[in-house]
Design a protein around this ligand. Structure first.
Ligand code: KIV
Length: 273
């Protein structure tokens, strides 16, 4: 419900599909209720990305993120948002054992988090699984190009599709996901011309991250955009604020007040009866 009492309709798969070639889709990652509440009015969809392993839990990669973590964070984001569609990442190890097992994990993820869709990293090799899920009621967002769950196979986080053969494979990945019924495809870390070609080739919206302004939408990690995650900043991030500095200033002022007995003040203490 809105403040005026009317029911707010959440963004849906059909709303995403309708934006192909239109006004670009706006999306950010959200992992917690307070952040979801702040981002919800501005975003068409919120992604509970497995990047939370690195951003929230301080892990080196996303590989140790579990299904239970994704369910808990997904549920928090669903509870704190009203307008944006909520998409939750299938974490490493939950999609590789074929359609049946993946369906069980994805169904649990949606049922227990209340999210509207899942995102799965992978291309052609995941097409059969994506089709199986979609035919059984689970909307799937694809994720091609740089796939962080493949970090050990790729030998690091490198731009993908630089040579003709690799680029052809990524186009084939996009086509396979579209044919399997994915309702949109994240393209991460590819050369811009390739992301543009894929966007022109497939009929579902593409969502770029370090890809191309010609994608049908863009996504960033919210903590990167806000300057809250300072471990490293990928080249493709535009920082719209430097909140880490603000936090540092605020906490330093609090520490100073505590040490000098300026906090709490009279107004911040319980008044005598
Ligand atoms: O895990 C994640 O946050 C993602 C996006 C950045 C696309 O996959």
């Amino acid at each position: 419900m809105s403040a005026a009492g009317e029911k707010i309709k959440r963004f849906s798969v059909n709303d995403v599909l309708a934006r192909k070639g239109g006004t670009p889709l706006v999306s950010l990652t959200a992992y917690t209720a307070p952040m979801a509440r702040l981002l919800d009015p501005h975003c068409d969809f919120l992604l509970v990305g497995d990047s939370l392993g690195m951003v929230v839990y301080g892990m080196d990669t996303t590989l140790s993120v579990t299904l239970d973590m994704m369910i808990r964070h997904g549920a928090a984001v669903v509870r704190a948002s009203r307008r944006a569609m909520v998409v939750v990442d299938m974490p490493f190890g939950t999609t590789g054992e074929g359609p049946g097992v993946t369906f069980r994990h994805a169904a649990r993820l949606l049922a227990e988090s209340g999210a509207q869709a899942v995102k799965i990293e992978g291309g052609e090799e995941m097409a059969e699984t994506v089709e199986y899920l979609v035919l059984r009621g689970i909307p799937v967002m694809g994720h091609i190009g740089l796939r962080p769950q493949m970090v050990n196979v790729m030998g690091g986080y490198r731009t993908q599709g630089r040579d003709a053969r690799a680029a052809e494979q990524i186009v084939a990945d996009a086509r396979a996901l579209e044919n399997a019924g994915a309702f949109s495809i994240v393209i991460e870390g590819t050369v811009a011309a390739l992301a543009r070609e894929i966007t022109r080739t497939v009929t579902v919206p593409t969502i770029g991250i370090g890809a191309s302004v010609e994608c049908d939408g863009q996504i960033l990690v919210a903590e990167d955009l806000l300057g809250l995650f300072t471990e490293f900043t990928p080249r493709f991030v535009r920082q719209y604020a430097s909140l880490a500095g603000e936090v540092d200033r605020a906490v330093a002022a609090y520490a100073d007040d505590v040490k000098n007995r300026r906090f709490p003040g009279t107004a911040e203490m319980v008044a005598p009866l």
